[in-house]
Design a binder for this molecule. Structure first.
Ligand code: NAD
Length: 506
């Protein structure tokens, strides 16, 4: 098998084995800090994806019948393995994504928390029981696994986002085919190997690396029952429509443009710290990044800029191997071009570039995908840099006259993933949490990513489908409700009954 592997090509992980790709198609994996190609990602053919689905389908019967407490034992072992491999996994994430090691480690830990949540699956799958719904008749409901599930994940969280999905799906008794982003696939392969080491039977978790061909195969194969997607809105909308048209349950978590409203009474130092971390952490490549700062009142805007501008200029930018770096490069040279084009556009549209990071060069890494932090003032709702997701270290300040105008901006934007308000006024904060058409809200908290035992998801065009990921909604997504009504006493004889009975009348 190994003789078929190209020197730099990764493999798939199917039915517990490393499988060399035979499709003959490859994508480039970059070292973002040098801009060079470091590995090649095999792009699976439809046949290769079908092999992974076949493995998942074959493993389903045994795994779905394995008692939940026994399934949980695998997750307990997995938890220990992940804890022991946090550094290694973080390094894999950083080497392909570019984010700083400390940030990568944090994201692995957030994934680990979902594994810990999934360890409690026997408790989470407990059904409901009603004794004596009628004479000698009991009713109970149980949640059963949906079947073979697929996960399609984005480049920005190579460990955490896959771990939002497969630990919960597998704990619920499903089998899984993971199709990670072809830009950062190595972490998914390692996560699957560690699952095998934790005792997961072969075929329960499979990883195929690929592009649209792989995704389309997952969306149309009748053996796939449910699809979880995280990525951009254009692709998510397609995945939702295509998956649903093929009878699948689909949850598609998509793009974002998260607003942070700063009221005049806010603790501005706290707000500035929050804006720095959430706008520029991970080079802005986070679906929960703050990309719009809505300053209520010109005085608030001026004071924020006075504090923000020097800090954005002084951001320490470098490769992940530089442990003093606060911000790494963008994921690929292509993504750098895209983000730079948005900055050019912002200037053309008339926004005021208070800090312009386009000329940033990191010594020794001149070809790396580095971009300095950018800060625009006087961003207007009609501008494309306001309307569209840039997914880079670009923060735009929109000036609002009052709270009502700020809230309107939040609510009229097409995305509804996250939003934050900074204020000392409880009434105002309460109104914001009640009125904002947003899935996840922070009050004096910049990136309100819910912990694993709550659920993650947005509103409006940030999510297609009904159920969020992990937490109780994740368990609902990966299970189906079954209700059983049973009568056991042998002494009761109704004879044949041809009419519908009222509850309790048996
Ligand atoms: P993307 O949509 O380009 O890719 C996501 C996945 O879809 C990848 O696995 C990719 O291979 C696949 N894909 C890409 N084009 C496809 C096509 N035409 N047909 C079928 N499949 C296709 O997203 P990305 O650039 O990898 O990630 C960034 C995006 O993800 C941003 O929009 C970000 O906001 C979003 N995101 C959202 C969340 C959330 O929870 N809402 C979390 C993380 C990232």
């Amino acid at each position: 098998m190994t003789s078929k592997l190209h020197p730099f090509a990764l493999h798939h992980f199917i039915d517990g084995n490393k499988v060399a790709s035979e499709s003959g198609r490859f994508g480039d994996i970059f070292d973002p800090a040098t801009g060079g190609v470091s590995k090649r990602a095999p792009l699976a053919s439809a046949d290769e994806v079908r092999k992974a689905i076949t493995a998942a389908d074959a493993a389903l019967s045994d795994w779905s019948r394995t008692p939940p407490a026994q399934r949980a034992q695998v997750l307990f072992a997995y938890r220990d393995l992940i804890r022991r491999h946090v550094e290694e996994l973080a390094e894999i994430v950083s080497s392909e994504h570019g984010k700083t090691l400390v940030d990568a480690k944090g994201s692995v830990t957030r994934g680990l928390e979902v594994v810990e949540f999934a360890c409690g699956i026997p408790q989470l799958l407990k059904g409901e029981y009603s004794a004596a719904v009628a004479n000698g008749v009991d009713t109970y409901s149980v949640r059963q696994p949906v079947g073979v599930c697929a996960g399609i994940t984005p480049f920005n969280f190579p460990a955490m986002v896959p771990m939002w999905m497969f630990p919960v799906a597998i704990a619920c008794g499903n089998t899984f085919v993971l199709k990670p982003s072809e830009k950062v696939p190595s972490c998914s392969l390692r996560l699957a190997e560690l699952m095998q080491q934790a005792g997961l039977p072969d075929g329960v978790l499979n990883v195929v690396i690929g592009d649209k061909e792989a995704v389309d195969t997952l969306l149309t194969d009748p053996r796939v029952a449910a699809v979880s997607f995280v990525g951009s809105t254009a692709v998510g909308e397609y995945i939702y429509a295509t998956g649903c048209a093929h009878g699948k349950r689909v949850q598609a978590l998509c793009g974002a443009k998260n607003h942070m409203v700063v009221m005049p009474d806010a603790d501005l130092d706290q707000a500035v710290d929050a804006a720095m971390g959430s706008a520029y952490g991970s080079a802005g490549e986070r679906c929960m990044a703050i990309s719009v700062l809505v300053a209520v009142g010109d005085d608030t805007a001026d004071q924020l800029i006075e504090r923000l501008a020097p800090r954005v200029k002084q951001l320490k930018i470098g490769p992940y191997t530089d442990t003093s770096a606060e911000m790494g490069p963008l994921v690929t040279p292509q993504h750098l071009d895209k983000v730079r084009a948005y900055i050019d556009l912002g200037v053309e549209e008339g926004a005021v570039p208070v800090v312009d990071g386009r000329d940033t060069v990191v010594a020794g890494h001149e070809s790396g995908a580095f971009l300095g932090g950018c800060l625009f003032d006087h961003v207007k709702p009609a501008m494309r840099i306001y309307q569209e997701e840039i997914f880079g270290p670009v923060l735009g300040i929109v000036r609002a006259d009052n709270y009502e105008q700020a809230l309107r901006l939040v609510n009229e934007h097409e995305y509804g993933n996250g939003a934050a308000i900074f204020t000392r006024d409880g009434d105002c904060a309460r109104d914001f949490t009640t009125s904002a058409k947003i899935g996840m809200i922070g009050v004096n908290v910049p990136i309100p990513v819910p912990v694993a035992y709550h659920s993650f998801g947005g509103w409006k065009r940030s999510l297609f489908g009904d159920q969020y990921m992990h937490g109780p909604e994740g368990v609902r997504f990966y299970t189906r409700l079954k209700t059983v009504t049973a009568r056991w006493p042998s002494g009761i004889k109704d004879g044949a009954v041809f009419h519908f009975k009222a509850g309790g009348e048996h």
